[in-house]
Design a protein around this ligand. Structure first.
Ligand code: IMP
Length: 410
């Protein structure tokens, strides 16, 4: 059956939640393969807004199911809060969510470590302070806990006591919760989501269903925040490319389509290189018109122009096959719209950045295209054709507002 991925191709906040939600009514499953409550996916149902951080953006119109994959880091308390909000309007919806037994847990200590690391860095990353980096650190150092660890209470208590003394030795006063406090919080969160009838499952069981059921993989953040190919160290700690589907036993080449969601301009929240950043009045207009404030932290986003070299890079790195352009309406009314066509790096023109260093020293080279007042204007179509010609793939959808139906197919 059909399998697609919808990922972000910039630095996150491209509007993936809305696009996933637009597609999701045609899929049996919406699965997340990475990240945690650092994401902020906004969806609308009958003019009411819902912001999910952890839960996949399942369709609220159909009976689609949501899967939280083993590559994710789960904050159980946050998961319970999001489910409670949805339950108020959609009673029983929690039973449509499936949590992978192999997913990693975010422990209260991880949030304390996130604060501590940021306070010690001479160049902070600007994290969301949701404990994401430290939870992935625990995972790769093999100290992490997974959902199935909550099923063996005796072993869990031993493991938490070991972890507590280890973390206390490493981080001293930054660690403020005892092992028993962490145990209580974990069990409270776990018992609560179980009381709402969330299902526990494994990706192999899901894999076997995919012969007869369709799936949409929902990426989190964006390619430029990917732990391997993003602007390291100013990245998140997980896979943001479509290759994250490997934790489901799939290869990206088995997907029917990899849609990249791309904002008609560029934003970034947090620190790190951003070649097309515009700190002038025009950047402020983009922030204000586009309501560019973080869905997770409320921080103002940095703003700038569409960056084709970084998109070429993202297309290569994530096997992107089609584009969905969002927030096109925010550019309505500009006399001229800038697009970066290539970078100048060490006095040489470069079409595609090769390394993280390239991103930090790249000077953007722009063309100015004629602006538009309305998306039906010819100049907007010319803008789209310019993008397609330069990137070599199609802009299949254009989104022009936050509501699910504010979108057209070309
Ligand atoms: P962390 O994921 O909280 O560790 O934050 C690492 C970097 O990724 C910071 O610059 C965050 O602002 C950024 N980041 C994490 N999640 C998102 C997101 O969903 N949208 C945009 N930026 C994000």
């Amino acid at each position: 059956m059909k399998k697609i991925a919808v990922i972000g191709a910039q630095w996150g906040d491209e509007g993936k939640g809305k696009i996933v939600n637009y597609f999701s009514k045609n899929y049996d499953w919406v699965a997340r393969f990475s990240g945690g409550s650092n994401a902020g996916h906004t969806i609308f149902f009958k003019d009411k807004k819902y912001v999910n951080h952890l839960l996949p953006s399942i369709s609220l119109e159909t009976q689609s199911k949501g899967y939280l994959g083993s590559g994710m880091v789960i904050d159980l308390v946050q998961m319970g809060k999001e489910l409670s909000t949805l339950e108020k309007d959609f009673q029983g919806i929690s039973a449509r969510f499936y949590l992978d037994l192999q997913a990693s847990l975010v422990l209260p200590w991880n949030k304390q470590e996130d604060e501590f690391f940021e306070s010690q860095r001479s160049e902070p990353v600007g994290t969301t302070k949701r404990g994401i980096g430290p939870a992935y650190t625990d995972k790769t150092s093999r100290e992490g806990l997974r959902v199935y660890d909550l099923l063996d209470i005796n072993r869990l208590k031993i493991k938490l006591s070991e972890l507590y003394s280890m973390k206390k030795k490493l981080y001293g006063q930054a660690i403020t919760s005892s092992d028993m406090q962490v145990y209580d919080e974990l069990m409270e969160g776990f018992n609560f989501i179980k009381s709402l009838k969330v299902n526990l499952m494994t990706s192999i069981e899901l894999y076997h269903m995919l012969d007869t059921q369709s799936i949409l993989f929902e990426g989190a953040q964006g390619v430029m925040l990917d732990i391997d190919c993003g602007t390291y160290p100013f990245v998140t700690s997980s896979t943001c490319t479509a290759h994250g589907v490997n934790s489901f036993g799939l290869s990206v080449t088995e997907l029917d389509e990899v849609y990249a969601v791309v904002k008609a301009y560029t934003t970034r929240v947090g620190e790190g290189p951003f070649p097309t950043e515009d700190s002038s009045d025009k950047g402020t207009i983009l922030r204000e018109k586009g309501l560019e404030f973080g869905a997770t932290t409320g921080r103002p986003r940095r703003t700038g122009w569409l960056d084709l070299p970084s998109l070429r890079y993202a297309i290569l790195k994530s096997k992107i096959t089609k584009l969905v352009l969002t927030k096109a309406d925010v550019l309505n009314g500009f006399d001229e719209v800038k697009i970066c066509t290539h970078y100048e790096i060490d006095n040489n023109n470069q079409d595609i950045p090769y390394s993280t260093k390239d991103f930090s020293i790249a000077k953007p080279v722009y063309v100015n295209l004629k602006g538009w007042h309305d998306l039906k204007d010819k100049t907007f179509e010319e803008y789209l054709l310019f993008i397609e010609k330069n990137l070599g793939i199609k802009v299949e959808f254009v989104s022009y507002g936050p509501k699910t139906d504010e979108i057209f197919k070309r």
